[in-house]
Design a protein around this ligand. Structure first.
Ligand code: AMO
Length: 439
């Protein structure tokens, strides 16, 4: 029979039940992870958010009614078990529960589309189709506990450094990062787009006098490629700060990455163990590779790259073999960077933009921005864009825009680095890619 919750409440999570509580009575709630019926004794592994606890039911020691209830249990059903704690060197955490009351709160349909015990391994597509079951796996939900720590740690970093959290619109009228990667939508009688980046808004907040802002939010990119590093909906950690240049904000970026790594290592030991990931805390002062030198480095690995080209996948891989850990790429040619990037005063063909890489993966882009109206209009035109589409953005530059700089970090890519997973889809609850719009 399926029961409602009534006044039943959990007294402990599985991980809180330790041998020191021997003899005490507790109530746990969760899913039936595994059931082993040996005739005279039934073992049920109950799984909750944080782990497993074994319920041990010898027919001679418990009421026959409870024994029969346990015998009828199906995998992944939701149960509440009140039981007495006994030390046991054979059970997880060295403890088991002798049940005194069992309540079935829901039953799971059988057979399961996916095995949360991971005895049967599933392909990523099968896993994503039944993501709610996939997320019950301890290793998988560990990725999201780590992501939660990453996002919280980033937020704390900004607050500690006197930044103001902002929320900017995701329904927008024009492109920020170039026109090809936009998702068009119908906005009443007009066409609009999903925001690719808070770029223009975070810059306008500098004109608004907010001085230091950050935003953690979704970005939408209609990129066609189907890779292990691209999503069509990603999370970006963005910052922008006035009266600073690229070097100042690179320092912020480095400090934030180190703080996040320390927090994850400190708070997510068991999750990292489950992922078998040995997280190394990066040391201060990430190496800086000048773009011109990078071209030589890439060519030295037998990958053809000409000055003025963006990094191809082969070039990224070559760099991944040469660089261990985080490093910046600086001194990019102005021509391949967006219109809002400020060129060097003395060498206008070189930009004041940088990327942060982890081995072969781009984690972040940033720059000192153009804050001069005329130069900005010129650069918009040089990119073949129409300044009229940027009218309301440009207005912010006509009435006292301070010099400023900023960056955006791909939170999902950063999660890949800190968890060691190879496919970006692993780091998103319900990923959106070229082929996937559900669940
Ligand atoms: P950029 O376009 O380089 O820069 O994006 C910044 C970072 O966001 C992540 N990212 C993605 N992650 C997964 N899937 C995608 N399709 C995807 N696209 C981007 C990457 C990338 O480094 N406005 C600038 C930032 C700035 O200058 O402040 C921008 O958006 O990790």
């Amino acid at each position: 029979m399926i029961n409602s919750l009534k006044n039943l409440r959990r007294s402990h999570y599985s991980k809180e039940i330790t041998p020191e509580l021997n003899g005490e009575e507790v109530r746990v709630m969760g899913w039936t992870h595994e059931i082993r019926d040996l005739g005279g004794i039934i073992f049920v592994l109950l799984r909750d958010r944080d782990g497993l606890i074994q319920v041990t039911a010898p027919s001679k020691k418990i009421e026959s009614e409870i024994f029969e209830e346990l015998r009828k249990l199906k995998k992944e059903s939701v149960i509440s078990v009140k039981g007495k704690i006994q030390e046991s060197n054979k059970a997880p955490n060295g403890v088991e529960l002798l049940p005194v009351e069992i309540t079935i709160l829901n039953e799971s349909k059988q057979p399961l589309p996916l095995d949360p015990t991971e005895k049967v391994k599933a392909e990523i597509d099968t896993r994503l189709d039944s993501r709610f079951l996939d997320l019950r796996k301890p290793g998988v939900n560990g990725i999201f506990k780590i992501k939660s720590v990453i996002l919280n740690s980033a937020r704390n970093f900004f607050i500690e450094n006197d930044f103001i959290e902002i929320n900017t619109p995701k329904l927008v009228a024009s492109a920020t990062e170039g026109g090809t990667e936009l998702f068009p939508i119908t906005y009443f009688e007009r066409e609009a787009f999903l925001g690719q980046s808070p770029q223009l808004y975070k810059q306008m907040m500098m004109s608004a006098g907010f001085d230091k802002v950050f935003e953690i939010a979704q970005i939408f990119r209609a990129e066609e490629h189907d890779t292990l590093r691209h999503l069509n909906e990603a999370i970006s950690i963005d910052m922008e700060a006035s009266f600073l240049n690229q070097h100042d904000v690179m320092e912020y970026l480095e400090k934030m990455i180190i703080k996040i790594s320390v927090d994850v290592k400190e708070k997510c030991g068991s999750e990292l163990d489950a992922l078998e990931h040995d997280l190394k805390i990066p040391t201060e002062t990430f190496p800086k590779v000048d773009y011109a030198d990078l071209v030589d480095m890439v060519n030295s690995k037998g990958v053809n790259m000409r000055y003025g080209e963006d990094l191809s996948r082969a070039a990224e891989k070559a760099m991944g073999e040469l660089m261990d850990g985080f490093y910046f790429i600086t001194g990019w040619p102005q021509e391949i960077k967006p219109f809002y990037v400020l060129p060097e005063d003395e060498h206008p063909e070189i930009s004041q933009a940088f990327d942060l890489m982890y081995k072969d993966l781009e984690i972040s882009s940033g720059a000192t921005r153009v804050h001069q109206y005329d130069l900005l209009v010129k650069q918009i035109k040089d990119k073949g864009l129409n300044p009229e589409s940027f009218e309301t953005y440009l207005a912010a530059f006509e009435y006292g825009m301070p010099p400023h700089a900023g960056w955006g970090v791909g939170a999902d890519r950063l999660t890949m680095v800190l968890t060691g997973v190879q496919n970006i889809r692993e780091t998103v609850l319900f990923p959106r890619d070229r082929r996937r719009l559900t669940p």
